[in-house]
Write a protein that binds this ligand. Structure first.
Ligand SMILES: N[C@@H](CCC(=O)N[C@@H](CS)C(=O)NCC(=O)O)C(=O)O
Length: 218
């Protein structure tokens, strides 16, 4: 059994944040597939044994079990000594971007992608999709402006703040519903710098698992 076990599915960009860190840090890890689409995260056993919040990712490391990608990423900095800040100021800057990511940058983008891409029992309300699209565009504009003058988001070196914000950026444009390369050139250039790091892989290679049913994409 690998040292780290990551409960996940490949469609989860939140799980991809952790997978990216594990891969780039050269950790010994394995994915454990969660049948999210069929409701596995909502079962009593998942909530009782893995995560009361009913979410992936969940990381198991020996007797330690952790949830929330931001907490897991910080734990992996402590374990590996890689991709953290070098002083208190840098660590605050990393936390600032992870909070922005969890509140706005990932959350609106992830929900927008999920509703438009994957099959759910009910058709998504176009007004909800439009609301999410507006909110994600606002968050992406903030990040694109920031990245016009930066190499990485929180430091001159790559940190867990980059991996957190990268969680959903390598999914295909037809899933996201927009093309990062044309809409957000500074984010696109930042992606290329992350992609060039030794050990990088996209989510559909890092997290092998069954496919979730999809809508016919427009
Ligand atoms: N802030 C959490 C978000 C986790 C999250 O939203 N996970 C999704 C999959 S990407 C999930 O498991 N959702 C289950 C649900 O909402 O029922 C993190 O960063 O770990």
């Amino acid at each position: 059994m690998a040292e780290y076990r990551l409960h996940c599915m490949k469609e989860s960009g939140n799980a991809n944040k952790v997978a990216l860190m594990l891969a780039l840090a050269g950790a010994d890890w394995q994915p454990v597939w969660v049948d999210y689409f069929n409701g596995a995260t909502r079962t009593d056993s998942f909530k009782g044994q893995l995560n009361e919040m009913g979410e992936v990712p969940v990381l198991e490391h020996g007797a330690t079990r952790l949830t929330q990608s931001g907490v897991i990423l910080q734990y992996l900095v402590e374990q590996t000594g890689k991709f953290g800040g070098r002083n208190a100021g840098e660590n605050r800057e990393i936390l600032r971007w992870i909070l922005f990511d969890n509140h706005k940058f990932t959350s609106f983008n992830a929900t927008h992608r999920f509703l438009r891409t994957f099959k759910a029992p009910a058709e998504p309300d176009p007004a909800v999709i439009a609301f999410l699209r507006g909110r994600l565009e606002g968050a992406f504009a903030v990040a694109d402006k920031h990245m016009q003058t930066r190499t990485f988001v929180a430091d001159e070196q790559p940190t867990i703040a980059d991996f957190s914000m990268m969680g959903y950026l390598f999914f295909p444009a037809d899933e996201l519903g927009f093309d990062i390369a044309t809409a957000y050139p500074a984010i696109h250039a930042w992606k290329a710098r992350i992609q060039a790091l030794p050990g990088w892989q996209g989510p559909y290679d890092l997290l092998p698992s069954a496919d979730m049913p999809r809508r016919a994409l427009a």
